[in-house]
Design a protein around this ligand. Structure first.
Ligand SMILES: NC(=O)c1ccc[n+]([C@@H]2O[C@H](COP(=O)([O-])OP(=O)(O)OC[C@H]3O[C@@H](n4cnc5c(N)ncnc54)[C@H](OP(=O)(O)O)[C@@H]3O)[C@@H](O)[C@H]2O)c1
Length: 315
């Protein structure tokens, strides 16, 4: 093994749901035989699973500087990412301060693709996007060896939970995205990019990787990919932004997340998610997963697909 590959790698937010970036990155690094310290918020089944997979599991809070110091000490490479939440910028700057003090060889920072369209004069109403923009700025000032990952909207963490139930129950994708085009990316691909960078950071230091799926298309196009994957008719229903916001509030989501999702929908409607970037292919050497492939892989969660005979019988 390359001696540099004995460097302990810290993965924050490693518990996550199935398909979350930190959790998948941990698995990919362990598969490569690399030593991983997986940071979780609490001891639970997810922590036990990470330990059983071979990670050193450490419990901590990214908003507690003493915890962050304990997590980072001994690690030379870091993946920093956590859930969309109000304390994101504070956690990010705490991580930067600690990484400067401890000294690291690479800090891979999760951000969002919208940041590439932001500036002092041009911001968005999403508190999360503003925090990512500020976080990128402060990491640039820090002088740390940073690699920036800017994915567009996730298939696993947005399209699956948000469109899964209505596709299953009504054969409809119900979103307020108007005629805007979008090009979601799979967190499986995002995690492959992050793991590739962490495994050998030197060629990537200072780079920004923008990540999308392989095709930017409007929601009717996306619905056709769902239909092809499930072999049944799935249609797009353009719901009103007001109904969407009311639904999010009724679901009891935190204010920070609601404001982020409402902004995302507005930007989608305005065509700001019409993007195509080759980061997945460039870093991993493999093309990004399509919507059709993703829906096929998760057919059960979308209510299942029809066989050719069932499809013909359904008319
Ligand atoms: N969703 C999208 O469409 C999208 C698109 C582009 C970029 N992103 C970015 O991707 C990131 C989220 O990635 P993800 O979906 O993989 O993450 P995630 O699964 O939502 O969160 C990862 C972990 O962060 C942990 N966490 C939250 N607050 C913490 C704290 N104070 N201290 C320690 N851990 C904490 C959570 O722990 P618990 O599980 O214990 O709560 C969770 O397991 C964000 O930066 C987001 O802006 C998301």
């Amino acid at each position: 093994m390359n001696p540099a590959n004995n460097e302990l790698i810290l993965v924050t937010g490693a518990a996550g749901r199935l398909g979350a970036v930190g959790r998948t990155v941990t698995g990919l690094l362990l598969e490569r035989g690399l030593p991983v310290r997986a940071m979780v918020r609490r001891e639970d089944d997810r922590a036990a699973a990470l330990r059983a997979a071979g990670a050193e599991v450490v419990v901590g809070d990214l908003l507690e500087p003493a915890d962050v110091y304990r997590l980072v000490s001994g690690c030379r490479r870091i993946y920093f990412g956590m859930s969309v939440s109000a304390g994101y910028l504070e956690a990010s700057i705490t991580m930067a301060a600690v990484a400067r003090e401890v000294g690291v060889n690479a800090l891979v920072n999760m951000s969002q693709m919208t940041v590439s369209q932001m500036s002092v004069q041009n911001t968005t109403p999403s508190p999360q996007q503003r925090q990512h923009w500020l976080s990128e700025q402060s990491l640039a000032w820090s002088g740390l060896p940073v690699v920036t990952i800017r994915p567009t909207v996730f298939l696993e963490d947005f399209f699956l939970p948000i469109t899964g139930p209505s596709v299953r129950d009504r054969g409809r994708i119900e979103l307020p995205f108007g005629r805007g085009k979008t090009n979601p990316v799979s967190t499986a691909d995002v995690a492959r990019v992050v793991a590739t960078v962490l495994a050998d950071p030197a060629p990537h230091l200072g780079r920004i990787y923008e990540l999308t799926g392989p095709r930017s298309q409007d929601m009717d196009g996306l619905a056709r990919e769902y239909s092809d994957a499930l072999n049944r008719d799935i249609t797009y229903c353009d719901i009103s932004p007001e109904d969407w916001e009311r639904g999010l509030k009724k679901a009891g989501l935190p204010e920070h997340l609601t404001r982020h999702l409402v902004t995302m929908a507005e930007l989608n409607r305005a065509g700001r998610y019409d993007r195509l970037a080759d980061g997945v292919q460039r870093v991993t050497g493999r093309p990004a997963m399509s919507v059709r492939e993703f829906v096929s892989l998760h057919a059960g969660e979308f209510g299942g697909g029809l066989s050719q005979e069932q499809h013909s019988a359904a008319g």
